[in-house]
Design a binder for this molecule. Structure first.
Ligand code: ZN
Ligand code: FE
Length: 256
């Protein structure tokens, strides 16, 4: 399979839409659709035509441009079956059993409830790509709006178990504030300190800090490091379950 071309488009205040383009077939998919004009401009700059929208969850900052883009391109919209009634223009409902293919590239669906109950991630195993929406962020994770902490913890664990060299694209540019929280939890983590120097540099230059990798997140994202003795000691939770450590981290981040 020839490689996919990938573009990350900043939309709204801090969202990303990611375009994946298959030169072999001319197909182009958008992962989430925050802003129609911004996405159209990026497509036309590249002479690409939108054929698919892959929706991660129903929130308006991920689906708000669905109808405008569908009207303009006639693209097909995929999204989680349990949020079907809340996703504008949905054509194909998907779940973990779906056998999806985009331009010859297999796509796996991973159910990642917690941020919303139907939230899904899209994984292209042959391309070692994952699109994690508002579940896993660089150095952080999404807020838990519809699930409970244990649910979100299990969802993040599924993503953490992907091959460590998987490239990860996320729904938002939250890395700087996530990283400041991470440093407050694990100030002695050398990999985190080094990463934050780079994050500060990129943001000062107005550049994205994404994509990331599973390996980088395992080394620096506190929400994937609930078994770290240093984090557990800091929280006074040496013998707690992982999901309980996670719940405490999420509660602290909400207040940060
Ligand atoms: Zn969201
Ligand atoms: Fe969002």
């Amino acid at each position: 399979m020839p490689a996919l071309e990938i573009i990350q488009i900043p939309c709204l205040s801090d969202n990303y839409c990611v375009l994946i383009h298959a030169p072999a077939t001319g197909e182009t998919a958008a992962i989430d659709a925050p802003a129609a004009d911004t996405i159209k401009a990026a497509l036309s700059r590249n002479n690409w035509r939108l054929t698919h929208i892959l929706t991660t969850h129903h929130h308006n900052d991920h689906t708000g441009a669905n109808m405008a883009l569908k009207a303009y391109y006639g693209c097909q919209i995929w999204g989680p079956e349990t949020e079907a009634d809340r996703i504008p223009g949905l054509d194909v409902t998907v779940n973990e059993q779906s056998k999806l293919v985009f331009a010859g590239h297999p796509i796996n669906v991973i159910a990642t409830p917690g941020h919303t109950l139907g939230h899904i991630a899209y994984v292209l195993p042959d391309d070692k790509l994952a699109f994690t929406g508002d579940t896993l962020f660089a150095l952080g994770c999404g807020r838990i709006f519809e699930g409970v902490p244990e649910t979100m913890w299990r969802s993040l664990s599924k993503l953490a178990a992907l091959p460590s060299d998987t490239t990860v694209y996320c729904g938002h540019e939250y890395t700087l504030s996530n990283g400041r929280f991470a440093l407050s939890i694990e100030p002695e983590n050398e990999a985190l300190k080094m990463r934050m120097i780079e994050v500060e540099r990129l943001r000062a230059a107005g550049l994205p800090t994404l994509p990331t990798t599973i390996a980088a997140e395992l080394a620096t994202n506190p929400f994937l490091r609930t078994n770290s003795p240093a984090i557990r000691a800091r929280l006074g939770m040496e013998s707690a379950e992982d999901w309980q450590v996670f719940a405490q981290l999420r509660a602290l981040k909400n207040k940060a």
